[in-house]
Each structure stands twice: as C-alpha cells, then as structure tokens.
Design a protein around this ligand. Structure first.
Ligand code: NAD
Length: 686
C-alpha cells in the first residue's frame, strides 16, 4: 500500500508511504488519483490532509523509472486531479518537497510545512525542466521573479523563505499531522482560494525577461536546461494555462532525451553509488566524534575547516608555537572569507573557531578518533609525524595521510597499527572541493576504509576509492593532461588557443591558465622525482619555464605574463620564443577548438582506461566523479568516461590512433580497444 486513508472527523488524512523517500512511482500516482475519487465521493469529508510517512514529503520522481517509457497516470494528470478535487487538499510538508513532490503540493489548495522543510524544483540539475506544471503554477503563485530564481537555479528554499514568498500558507511548529488537521478543519469552513491554474501571473516590468535571460545564460554557460526553464516560465506568464502546460511538457520530453540530461543523470547515479560502494556493504564504520589535523598550511587549514563545518571538535598541530598561530590564522582567514561572501555569520565563524584548539604538543591528541596529516610532501617528514602519532594516539585511533603523490603504504611503515591507516586525499581548497580520494593500503582494515566513506558523507564530500600509484586517480590523469597540452603547443597551437579551446569545451579554465594559478613548481618537483625513478615525463617547455623561475602568477609570469596586481593573462614573448625553439623539427598542424579538445581529452581517457584496468579505480563512473569534483570537468558532459562512451569508444580509438601516428599521443591501450569492442567500459570488469 503506497497510500492509506484515515478519517479524523470531517478531515481525511491521506498518508503516503513509499520508502525511502516517497518517490512518485506509478503505483503512488495511481493511488493518489484513486484517493481523490474516493474522497470526492465521501460526503462526510470536508477537507483532506496529504502527508507522508518516514523522513520526508514526496521527494521527487522515482529514479528507477528514469529512462523508461512513462506509464499512466502521468504526473500532470495526477496534479490536475488533486487541483480539481471537490474538497480542499492541504499538503503537509516535512523533509523535502522536491520536483514532482512540490508539483503535487502545488495542486493542493493549501500548503503547510514544518520549519525544517525544504521546497524546490531541482530538475535543471538533471538537465530537464519540471514536467507537471511547476513552471506554470509557480509563477502564478509566487510571481515570476521568485519563480525564475527557484526554477532556473534548481536550489531549494527553506520553509521560512517559502512562507515569505507565499509558497506555503503556514509554517507549523509541533506535530505536523495534528497541526495540519487543525489547519484543514479551519479552512474547511472557508471558501478555498481559486486553483492556481485559474490565477494569472503577476505582470512584470519592461525588460524583465531579457534581463533574466542574460543573468541565467551567464550562470548556466553551456547548460541548456536553465534557459529552457526560463522560456517555459516566460510562456507561462504570456499565455493561457493550457498552452503553457503544453509548452512545458514538450520541453520536458525533449530535454529528457537530450545528451546533457543523460550526462547529468549519469553523474547523479554515480554520486549516489559513490557514497555506498557495494564492496563495503554490511561493514560498520567507526564512530568519528573528534578529529585532528597535523600541519596548518594550505591543505591542513582547509581540512580543519571542513571538519569543523561538519560539527567535529578539531585539534590543529603545527611544528612550533609561531607556526601554530599562522595555522590558526589560515583557518580564520577561511571563515572570514565565508563571512564576507555572506555564507555564514560572524557568530557562526566565531563558534567554529572556538572549536579548534591549536598547539605544538602532540599530547593534545590522546583522545582523538581521527588524525589527518597534511605536512610537507616529504616521506621522512611524514614518517616522523606518524611515529609520534603512534606513541601518543589511542591504539584505536584512525590515522590518515593527505599525501598527493607519495605511497601511503610507505608512509605507514612503522606505525603501530597499520590496519588503522589510510590515505584521505583532499583537493584544494579542501573546505569547498567535493572530491575525497580514499586510498587504502594493503593493510587497511575494511571498517577503516568504510570509515573514510562515512567521513566523506559527514563532510558532504564525494568519496572515490583509489588504488596506490603515482598521483592516484586524479593527479595521474592530470599529468597526461599537461603533457598533451604541451604536445599540442609544440605542434602549432599557442597557450591562449589551447586554453580557449578547453574553455569552449566547458572547463572553467584551460590547462595553462590553471598551471599559472596553482604554480608550476609543484609539478616540476614531481617531474624531478619521476626522473629519479628513471621515468621520462614530457614537459620541455614547462621545464624551461621553471628553470628561469617563471612559476606562474605568484612570480609575475608562467605560461603568460602578468602585470603587478592583475591576474589577467597576457601572451608572453619569452614563452613564445621557448615554444618556437622546442618545436623545431616537430610536425606542425592547424588546430581548431575541437581538435585541441580531442588531443587533450582523449589521451586522458586512454590513461583513465589503464587506471581502470589496473583497478586503481573500480568504476569508470568513479573517474568521472574525480574529474568533475576535483578538476572542474563540466558536469553536463558527464565526466571524461561518460563523454567517451557517449561519443563512441570506436571513434575515440580511431582519433587516438591518428594522434599517435603523428607522435602526438600514446597509442590507445589494449584495454581501451577491448572496451571499444564492447562499446562500454563496464565490459572491462566482466
Ligand atoms: P603547506 O606547505 O602549505 O603546509 C604544510 C604545513 O605543514 C606547514 O604549515 C608546516 O609548518 C607544517 N608542518 C611541516 N612539518 C610538520 C610537522 N612535523 N608537524 C606539524 N606540522 C608540520 O603544504 P600543503 O599544500 O598544505 O600540503 C600539505 C600536504 O597536502 C602535502 O602532502 C601535499 O602534497 C598535500 N596536498 C596538497 C594539495 C595542494 O593543492 N596544495 C592538494 C592535495 C594534497
């Protein structure tokens, strides 16, 4: 039973129970239509409360029906039947009323919510627009300006804000069911407001839609859905209800089959799967109630802030008292930045800082559940830290390293409980970046690995399990990206054309701009270490730039020149000269944006396939998450592996062969050829 009906005097309480999130399955849609018919026919019923069991109101569409032919009754008809019911329906909202859930609530005559409820139409985040009247009813209820914000951003609102906008009629403290029945009893005596579909959209000022279009386009960049949602909202305000509904439905159906929607759905499912990897099913993580960070530099300060933001008390250990103060100042600066941007209030910032104890005494760690090391990238320094930790921490404390390139197994040699040790690789800035690579050693216990995933959930991060190799998943692929960018440069492109091509593809920044921002010295250090291991990283131009200390923005020049106080990159004659010298004897090509993107992205896919084959990554979708959440790969492209599959792996192999023939890339690896034969990466695991 997805719906049960109980009569409380003249009020019928319709309770939806479709765990876990009361999604709008076909059975639930049918049950709601049946409930309307049953209650319309019951003369004793004066009003209806629609409420949900479990942790939330109807939280949206049933994701298991995604990609399948829709079965009747269709949601617009369900909402219409509630809206035309003979008795007023009152939606009683707790948890989330999202997507179809909010559209059902918009069919009701009234909406009430608990203070903690959130309401929204997140469809654009899945590359579609609302398909059951969301874009048509919402502007009629709350006006076009608020509707534009809600629908084109996809971000939910809290109950208080929803009340201010008129999206809900009352915010109820106390027991929701009791409050909603009282509310329904009261409104049953009054005449109901006209159905939203009978109302008109409030008029807007001149230029409203044109300005909204500019603002939405600037934010959406190349994402299609937000602008299409805006078009639907405009239609809703400029035409009658039925035509607007038809327009919305057509747009919805068209976008549902689009490449962007497929990519965004892929990412949505990948993120859900990432939080609960099947290989950890049934393994209970350890409780983490307190944490410590060793090293308060760029990463340590960010990690400390992330831990505090999740409510954990934090100890921050530095080398000596002077550096302790600098470490605390780094965290304070993060919070002050958040206050300045209006993300948190000053009192929240103060409260977070008050929960961080700084010190140089490892004795402060005697009762800490989790310690994350973020000191210099140096094996000896890190080992010395863990040796101390082993002697002061509780024997059951989980110990983690944030190393970027070192082998966590080697770092853990000498710790007294290696089964409690793992790599937790955060990305900079650690308080914001969602990616967390979780790197177990051979000796990490399953529950400690599970603890890494539980920590990611607690911090609101996207965890991806990575095997041990130079750079794990993300930085290993990054090395290929950089080498490819140089190969393209030496065969006829310029830093500006390469960067522009990658921005045109959808990345926030090109590879050369990104290096100038982050600094060229870290990668130079990695290449030095690689050469000591007898590897031969390809970076002839970057090596020469580092040799003349052009490390990027921080030295006033890198791949580009920078004027003091100005971050705008200017083409550099010095760099052009070095490129010309290094390009001598190499075949030259004429590059367009698409060819540049292929020459950089498809070798990344090739490397990623090796990573899969070596089981450094367990799933192609995990690699997509790494690139999206750690490196700004456009979400609407679905990540490099989804992009490659959608494009066709046979074509990817053919392009790589063409590049390899000209010495512009490694030839496609054997695993990629095998995946191409099957048409998908998942075949590699079979
Ligand atoms: P950083 O130089 O900014 O900070 C390192 C801090 O560690 C310094 O404040 C230093 O005083 C402190 N420290 C050094 N030895 C110590 C010791 N024995 N005890 C206590 N504190 C000590 O470096 P960072 O960029 O924050 O990097 C830290 C680690 O994180 C490195 O392993 C790095 O590879 C890794 N990492 C860096 C990034 C990044 O983008 N910067 C990203 C992911 C991982």
């Amino acid at each position: 039973m997805t719906v049960t009906i109980v009569r409380e005097d003249a009020i019928a309480v319709v309770t939806v129970e479709n765990p876990p999130v009361n999604a709008l399955s076909q059975a639930l849609r049918q049950a709601l239509v049946d409930a309307v018919a049953e209650l319309d026919a019951d003369a004793a019923v004066k009003a209806v409360v629609l409420i949900c069991a479990g942790r939330t109101f109807i939280a949206g569409a049933d994701v298991s029906e995604f990609g399948k032919p829709p079965q009747p009754p269709h949601l617009p008809d369900v909402v219409a039947s509630i809206e035309s019911a003979k008795k007023p329906w009152v939606a009683a909202i707790h948890g989330s009323a999202l997507g179809g859930g909010l559209e059902v609530a918009l069919g009701c005559a009234w909406r009430v919510a608990v203070p903690s409820a959130s309401l929204g139409l997140p469809e654009v985040k899945l590359g579609i627009i609302p398909g059951a009247g969301g874009t048509v009813r919402l502007p009629r209820l709350i006006g076009p300006a608020a509707a534009v914000d809600l629908v084109t951003s996809g971000s939910p609102l809290g109950a208080k804000k929803a009340r201010e906008l008129g999206l809900v009629d009352a915010v109820l403290e106390g027991d929701l069911r009791t409050g909603a029945i009282a509310f329904a009893t009261e409104v049953a005596e009054k005449s109901s407001p006209p159905p939203i579909s009978d109302r008109v959209v409030p008029a807007v000022g001149a230029g409203f839609w044109e300005n909204a279009e500019k603002a939405v386009a600037a934010k959406a960049k190349r994402e299609v859905a937000p602008l299409r949602a805006l078009a639907a909202l405009r239609k809703a305000s400029e035409t009658d209800f039925a035509s607007a509904m038809e327009f919305e439905r057509e747009t919805f159906l068209e976008l549902r089959g689009s490449a962007q929607a497929a990519a965004l759905r892929h990412v949505f499912f990948a993120e859900r799967a990432a939080l609960r990897p099947p290989e950890l099913a049934g393994i209970t993580p350890r409780d983490i109630r307190s944490a410590a960070v060793i090293g308060g530099g760029t990463m340590g300060a960010g990690i400390a802030a992330a831990l505090r933001d999740a409510g954990l008390p934090v100890v921050l250990i530095e080398r000596d008292k002077v550096v302790v103060e600098r470490g605390l100042a780094n965290v304070r600066a993060i919070y002050q930045g958040s206050v300045k941007r209006g993300r948190i209030t000053q009192s929240v910032a103060d409260e977070r800082m008050a929960g961080i104890i700084g010190g140089d005494d490892y004795g402060l760690l005697g009762d800490t559940d989790l310690v994350i090391e973020a000191v210099f990238e140096d094996l000896a320094v890190k080992r010395a830290v863990f040796e101390k930790l082993s002697s002061v921490c509780r024997p059951d404390a989980v110990l983690a390293t944030n190393t970027s390139y070192l082998d966590p197994g080697a770092i853990s040699e000498g710790v007294s409980h290696p089964e409690l040790f793992l790599g937790l690789h955060f990305f900079s800035p650690a308080q914001f970046m969602k990616l967390l690579e979780i790197v177990p050693t051979k000796r990490t216990a399953p529950e400690v690995l599970a603890t890494g995933f539980a920590l990611a959930r607690l911090l609101g991060k996207v965890p991806v399990r990575a095997g041990i190799c130079d750079g794990f998943i993300g930085n290993r692929i990054l090395k290929v990206t950089r080498a490819q960018a140089e190969r393209v440069l030496l065969s006829g492109a310029t830093p500006s054309t390469v960067d522009a091509a990658m921005r045109a593809f959808g990345l926030p920044m090109g590879p050369f701009e990104a290096q100038d921002l982050g600094g060229l010295d870290i990668a130079a250090f990695q290449r030095k270490a690689a050469r000591e291991r007898c590897e031969a990283p390809f970076a002839p131009v970057a090596d020469r730039l580092c040799a003349i200390e052009r490390f990027g923005q921080k030295t006033g020049g890198g791949w580009y020149d920078y004027q003091p106080g100005d971050r705008a990159p200017k083409p550099s004659e010095t760099v052009a000269k070095i490129i010309a010298e290094e390009a001598v004897g190499r075949p030259q090509r004429v590059w367009d944006d698409a060819a540049i993107a292929d020459a950089i992205l498809l070798p990344m896919v090739n490397e990623a396939t090796c990573i899969l084959e070596e089981r450094v990554a367990l799933r192609a979708a995990d690699i997509d998450l790494v690139k999206i959440h750690g490196y700004g790969f456009p979400r609407w492209r679905g990540g490099p592996m989804h992009y490659a599959e959608a494009r066709g792996l046979t074509e990817v192999v053919a392009v790589l062969e063409g590049l390899a023939a000209d010495g512009l890339a490694e030839p496609p690896c054997e695993a990629l050829r095998r995946a191409a034969q099957a048409g998908r990466f998942s075949a590699l695991a079979e």
